[in-house]
Write a protein that binds this ligand. Structure first.
Ligand SMILES: O=C(O)c1[nH]c(=O)[nH]c(=O)c1Cl
Length: 312
C-alpha cells in the first residue's frame, strides 16, 4: 500500500506511529495503539525501576503546542519488555519500538544487557535526549558522552537499535553528531525530541505553567516543526544510507508528514497532536497523506523520500 515503509529490513504497513511518552505508558495505552491504524508503537521511555516522575502540574497544552517536564514517569523496564515480548508472540512478523532512557550510563547498559539476553526481536530506541530529569544533562548535547555510550553499547548489543536525539541548532553540530553516529551499526536515528528547557508564562496569573524546574520544560507541537525538519534534513544529508531517519516534531496534518518524508524521514512519530486527538489521528493523517500523494502522482513514499529541492 502507498504508506508502507522499510527500516532495518523490517516492513511497516504505515509510516506513522506515536512518539515515546504520548499515550504509551500503560498496557491499555499500548493495546489501543496495537488496535489502531498506526504502523507501529513505541513504549514510554523506561528506566530500570518504576518511576513516579516530577510533581504536577508537569504538562501544559498551548494553542501551538505543549510544554512538559514529566520527569520520566514509567512502569519500569520489565513492564515494557514483558509487553513487547508478549505482543511479538501474539503478532509474529510485526516490529515495534522499546524506548529506554536510563538516568546513567550504568542504567542504560544494564537495561540493554537485559534486552539483549531476552527473546525480544524488535527495535530499541535509546533515548539520549530527555530534558526533564533535574540535574541530568541531555546526553545528546555532549558529543564525547555520545561516543562513549555508543562504544560501550555496541560492545555487546547486536539487536536493531536507534537513538532519540535532541534538536541541534548549528550546522556544525549536525556535522559533529553525524560523524559520530556514522561510526556505528545503528538501524535508525529519531530526530527530534522536544526543544528542551523552554519557559511558558501565564501573563494573567504572572506565573509559570508547570511546577518542575521553575517552569522549564520541553516544547512540542506546531512551533517546533521548522526545527524538526531542519534536523531531519541535516541528518539525512550526512548519515550513511544504512541509518534510517525517524522524523518527529510538529506533525499535526498529513502535509506535515509529507514534509518530514520529503526531508528524508522513513517513518514519522506524532507526539503532541496524538496526545490531543488520540487514536483517530492515524486514520485522519493516512487519508490526508494518501490524498496528497495521489494529487502528486506518487504511489509510494519512496517516490519522494529525501527529494526536497533547493534553489541551487
Ligand atoms: O519528561 C519526560 O518524561 C520526557 N519528556 C520529553 O519531552 N522528552 C523525553 O524524552 C522525556 Cl523522557
Amino acid at each position: 500500500n502507498m504508506l508502507a515503509t522499510t527500516i532495518g529490513g523490517r516492513t511497516f504497513n504505515n509510516c506513522m506511529m506515536n512518539a515515546a511518552g504520548i499515550r504509551c505508558q500503560s498496557k491499555q495505552d499500548l493495546d489501543a495503539l496495537v488496535q489502531s491504524d498506526a504502523g507501529a508503537y513505541v513504549t514510554k521511555s523506561a528506566t530500570p525501576q518504576k518511576r513516579a516522575g516530577n510533581p504536577s502540574p508537569r504538562m501544559h497544552t498551548l494553542p501551538h503546542g505543549s510544554i512538559n517536564s514529566m520527569g520520566l514517569p514509567n512502569n519500569g523496564l520489565d513492564y515494557y519488555l514483558n509487553y513487547v515480548i508478549a505482543d511479538q508472540q501474539k503478532r509474529p512478523g510485526t516490529t515495534n519500538f522499546l524506548s529506554v532512557a536510563g538516568t546513567s550510563l550504568a542504567d542504560n547498559l544494564a537495561m540493554l544487557h537485559q534486552i539483549q539476553a531476552s527473546e525480544y526481536t524488535g527495535f530499541v530506541e535509546l533515548n539520549l535526549s530527555c530534558p526533564n530529569v533535574p540535574g541530568k544533562p541531555q546526553v545528546g548535547y555532549d558529543f564525547d558522552r555520545v561516543h562513549t555510550v555508543l562504544d560501550q553499547v555496541f560492545d555487546f548489543y547486536t539487536k536493531p537499535l536507534g537513538v532519540k536525539l535532541p534538536p541541534y541548532f548549528d550546522l556544525v553540530h549536525f556535522d559533529q553528531i553525524a560523524a559520530i553516529l556514522n561510526q556505528y551499526p545503528l538501524t535508525f536515528v529519531n530526530s527530534i525530541n522536544s526543544i528542551g528547557n523552554a519557559l511558558v508564562v501565564d501573563p494573567q496569573s504572572e506565573q509559570v505553567v508547570i511546577r518542575p524546574k521553575g517552569g522549564y520544560g520541553g516544547i512540542g507541537g506546531a512551533s517546533v516543526k521548522p526545527t524538526a525538519l531542519a534536523n531531519v534534513r541535516g541528518l539525512a544529508l550526512r548519515l550513511k544510507p544504512e541509518i534510517a531517519i525517524v522524523g518527529t516534531g510538529g506533525i499535526l496534518n498529513g502535509v506535515d508528514v509529507f514534509e518530514h518524508i520529503l526531508c528524508g524521514a522513513s517513518m514519522v512519530q506524532i507526539g503532541t497532536q496524538f496526545g490531543y486527538e488520540g487514536i483517530p489521528l492515524f486514520d485522519r493523517l493516512a487519508t490526508e497523506l494518501t490524498d496528497i500523494m495521489k494529487k502528486k502522482g506518487y504511489t509510494s513514499i519512496d517516490d519522494f523520500r529525501g527529494k526536497l529541492k533547493t534553489f541551487d
